[in-house]
Design a protein around this ligand. Structure first.
Ligand SMILES: [Zn+2]
Length: 290
């Protein structure tokens, strides 16, 4: 029964919930909490898969009344499969982080080399780099020595307040270590077998992190300025319209919704463990070795 319940919950969390959540607009009113919810959904899905792998064989062996040797063999096999799942996730995470770090180090070197320092006059930001280029772009290179990068084209189309907005947005990504959140979702995406994987969580979280950074910038310079900057930058992302709507005041951040979403995220991790896993584990241990 435990394996069935965890299996049903795991399938719901990995096949039904992501599609519904990715299509919903309410996360725009609580983007930081919605990122936490995506993390809870992903982690709970992994825990459900581990629960099925461990509880399923144990319950089958017990129902079939198999002997002790069979039970031990099944337990060892179940533990091996569970370990394989965990190792696959950890290897994927380590690979993504290692490659990202190397790519960022190369990128940092490049923007330091190409920096047009003379164009930084009047901009008192330590880690700012200006690149030649007509396309108005802004981004950050995360890491221990982070950089905020603007193109000359961005400086041409933005006024001073909008430049401050863009820098505040990029600094928020760096301050909140958004690259770690992105990397963890990328690692999870890559670790899931191809037929089962979905980009929905990755894309949704990327957009929500942009909204979190927009809010941080808006708190400093006001949403109108951030909106004006976003309109002028070349950011072809799918969520651009949603970000502009929020900054126009169509969707304001709701503290009440944020609190509810945080409670749901925590409950998603705690409740299945307390209600389903703990009773099964205590019963399985007390019955051992059958
Ligand atoms: Zn951003």
């Amino acid at each position: 029964m435990t394996a069935l319940l965890l299996g049903a919950l795991g399938l719901t969390l990995s096949l039904v919930v992501p599609g519904a959540l990715a299509g919903a607009r309410w996360p725009d009113r609580a983007p930081a909490a919605a990122v936490l919810l995506w993390q809870a959904i992903t982690l709970a899905g992994v825990l459900c898969a581990l629960g099925v792998v461990l509880a399923g064989p144990e319950e089958l062996v017990r129902a079939a009344g198999s002997g002790r040797r069979v039970a031990v063999a099944v337990l060892v096999a179940a533990l091996a499969v569970a370990a394989l799942i965990v190792v696959r996730l950890l290897v994927s995470l380590a690979g993504v982080m290692w490659r990202s770090r190397a790519r960022r180090a190369r990128h940092r070197l490049l923007v330091d080399l190409l920096d047009r320092a003379e164009q930084r006059a009047g901009l008192d930001v330590d880690n700012l780099r200006i690149l030649d280029g007509a396309q108005p772009l802004a981004y950050c290179v995360a890491g221990r020595e982070p950089r905020v990068v603007l193109t000359g084209g961005a400086l041409d189309v933005l006024d001073d307040a909008q430049v401050a907005a863009v820098i505040a947005h990029e600094q928020a990504h760096l301050r909140h270590r958004h690259e770690l959140v992105r990397e963890s979702f990328t690692a999870f995406y890559k670790a899931v077998p191809r037929p089962l994987r979905s980009r929905a969580p990755l894309d949704a979280v990327n957009l929500l992190l942009e909204m979190v950074a927009d809010d941080a910038a808006a708190a400093r310079v006001g949403p109108r300025t951030v909106r004006g900057a976003l309109e002028r930058l070349s950011d072809g992302g799918d969520g651009r319209g949603r970000r502009l709507d929020r900054l126009a005041g169509a969707m304001t951040t709701s503290p009440a919704l944020t609190a509810v979403v945080v409670v749901v995220a925590v409950a998603l991790l705690v409740l299945p463990t307390v209600v389903v896993v703990v009773p099964w584990l205590s019963a399985a241990v007390s019955r051992w070795p059958l």
